[in-house]
Design a protein around this ligand. Sequence first.
Ligand SMILES: NC(=O)c1ccc[n+]([C@@H]2O[C@H](COP(=O)([O-])OP(=O)(O)OC[C@H]3O[C@@H](n4cnc5c(N)ncnc54)[C@H](OP(=O)(O)O)[C@@H]3O)[C@@H](O)[C@H]2O)c1
Length: 302
Amino acid sequence: MRIAVTGRDGQVATALAEYGAAHGVEVVRVGRPALDLAAPESVRAALAAVRPDVVVNAAAFTAVDLAESQAQAAFAINAAGAGAVAEAARALEAPVIQLSTDYVFDGEKPAPYHEDDATGPVSVYGASKLAGERAVAAATEDHVILRTAWVYAASGKNFVRTMLRLAQERDAVRVVADQRGCPSYAPDIAAAVIAVARNLAAHPRDAALRGVFHLTGQGEATWAQLAEEVFAQARAAGGKGAAVIPITTAEYPTPARRPRNSRLDGAKLARVHGVVLPEWRQSLARCVARIYDTERQGEPGA
Ligand SMILES: NC(=O)c1ccc[n+]([C@@H]2O[C@H](COP(=O)([O-])OP(=O)(O)OC[C@H]3O[C@@H](n4cnc5c(N)ncnc54)[C@H](OP(=O)(O)O)[C@@H]3O)[C@@H](O)[C@H]2O)c1
């Protein structure tokens, strides 16, 4: 099976390439300048050159706060760009897997979100990703939309790496304690995406396998609890942690609003595709261990 993935150095794109290399799946990353989601006319030829069995759109305008002041770019990439990827996939007669986000919800539900719960994004980023879901669904029936959340990896820009860096600089870190979600490790997401891709390729006309699914790590945490666990695991690995000072969202104003409740229910993905991600603490331990291993390998004499 050959999978074309949009994006080059993104967390999920990188993890897909690594997972493919380790499991005998050909994963070809296609990114700028050949494929630029802001230039929809570039998409078709770039994907056609790969001759993929499945297309995964893992590229996006992911800077949530910046999107508030760059709405046009966010919509061009996350909505029109996603639609162009799905149209190209249809032309190639390949299913498309679109990565989406918990931020399509307003966060006011007191329980984890199901796929058919009403959406209501509270940020430009969330609105642009929801428009992307709709553009993909309008372009081809042969699609899966995987909403994930709170993504982290051993490289790239993410909360876990930010916390580890802050622990080097200070003894205490103020972290928001009134937003709740499901931390999701990019390599776990990659394994799940490839399992879904295999199912789609094996059952080309099975409508039950298509549609919207929620894909996140098992369990839940606040950002403050996630930070506590990052520091506990850093200390266990011989590194430095910091004290976590819990604060409210109101005490940490950002350009974009974020949902209070970002928890996604993954039961549908488990039932239909047989995919369940590990509990988030287990995956976080793998990630922190990998970060320290990489650092040690980089040390002189290591
Ligand atoms: N990060 C999260 O916490 C989170 C949460 C929920 C959902 N998601 C969704 O999950 C997916 C993967 O996220 P991620 O964390 O892997 O993202 P990421 O690490 O921020 O990477 C974004 C990727 O998009 C590519 N990209 C950006 N603009 C592009 C353009 N105009 N044309 C082509 N490629 C472009 C980047 O290309 P380069 O490699 O060239 O820089 C990069 O590969 C996205 O759909 C995102 O919306 C993420």
